[in-house]
Write a protein that binds this ligand. Sequence first.
Ligand SMILES: Nc1nc2c(ncn2[C@@H]2O[C@H](COP(=O)(O)OP(=O)(O)O)[C@@H](O)[C@H]2O)c(=O)[nH]1
Ligand SMILES: [Mg+2]
Length: 396
Amino acid sequence: MLIGLLGKTNVGKTTFFNAATMLNAQIADHPFTTIEPNMGVAYARVDCVCREFNIKDNPRRSACIDGRRFIPVKMIDVAGLVPDAHKGRGLGNKFLDDARQADVLIHVVDASGSTDSEGRRCEPGSNDPLKDIEFVELEFDLWLASIIARDWARSAKEAEHKGLGMEHLLANRLSGLAIDGHVIADTLNAMKGMGRLSEWGEDDILRFARALRIRAKPILIAANKADVHTARENIERMRATGRMVVPCIAEAELLLRRAASKGLVEYVPGDAVFRVRDGSLTMEQRRALEKVRALMEDYGGTGVQKAINAAVLDMLHMITVYPVEDEHRLTDKDGNVLPDAFLLKQGSTARDLAMLIHSDLARNLLYAIDARTKQRLSAEYRLRDRDIIKIVSASR
Ligand SMILES: Nc1nc2c(ncn2[C@@H]2O[C@H](COP(=O)(O)OP(=O)(O)O)[C@@H](O)[C@H]2O)c(=O)[nH]1
Ligand SMILES: [Mg+2]
């Protein structure tokens, strides 16, 4: 799974990215060994099942801090967003090339309105972040539409003649965009009232592109710089449009994570509070931290972790499942307690979980065991959030 981070210059995108991916340095055994420069590992935070069993776990690819499990998710810093990106202006092609791989996008906006449309500093409140949002959406939609529209009338006619489903043609055309075929089919279904496909004009195609983008590439708004006084009103306005908006203070999150890594504060990313640890802080450090504390009380945290969680868990409808090999001790074969936590789409089955572990395991799958009840589950069992599952296969 991949989160794409978008935003124009000076909104705090790098600050957000650095804060979100910082935990990485503290987890030695992370699963992504080679990573491109604009890629990092962020984490979704869930309540770990270790608390329920009152056991000490030792995760391998995720981390458990005070009963909070941090599950790795790749994050890509999508560069080069400028007007007319879809026509290839600036780094436009690079932008779209990065963005197309993402399953969900986090759009960092300057909610305080102190960055103009070209990314220059301006008077707080003078730029409208809603315009930034609409601009990104339109750029994306125009780009999608341009891919779909290629030779549209002829292709649509051909599909109609042969009685072929249009979704096949579109799935082909949109391959490489990480969009599920059934999402395309669903979107086409929702467009039924728009008449014959072969008669669709540019506007119809754009409308379809928009409907598809909303389903296939959901965008969460990280309303950054929420600490600036002009932000609050803009946050309300953005929320009023029905979009998912999470107020953020990326700068505060970065400060806290850095302070925590130096042992100056105790802070679990995503908490609403932190504790100052060291008596030897300078007055300046203390003052900065107290300012952060007041802001966090206002918003219930810095919002960075909340934004990641909302994107992954809410927008992508993910659940967490813990595979084990010993359903009594909740360990893998090496004795690691609750070694893994996987994110799976709601509706995934025991077979999907097996597939995620190893294709051989899925091929030879016999049944699964619910570690809580010790009951057998079929391969088609629909996993629930927080399930602890042993997969039993014929190969071992
Ligand atoms: N007030 C405030 N400023 C921030 C926040 N996050 C970042 N900034 C500042 O915004 C400026 C641009 O940040 P940067 O991360 O480089 O933005 P980018 O160009 O979007 O990558 C820097 O001066 C940051 O310190 C925040 O949450 N609040
Ligand atoms: Mg930057």
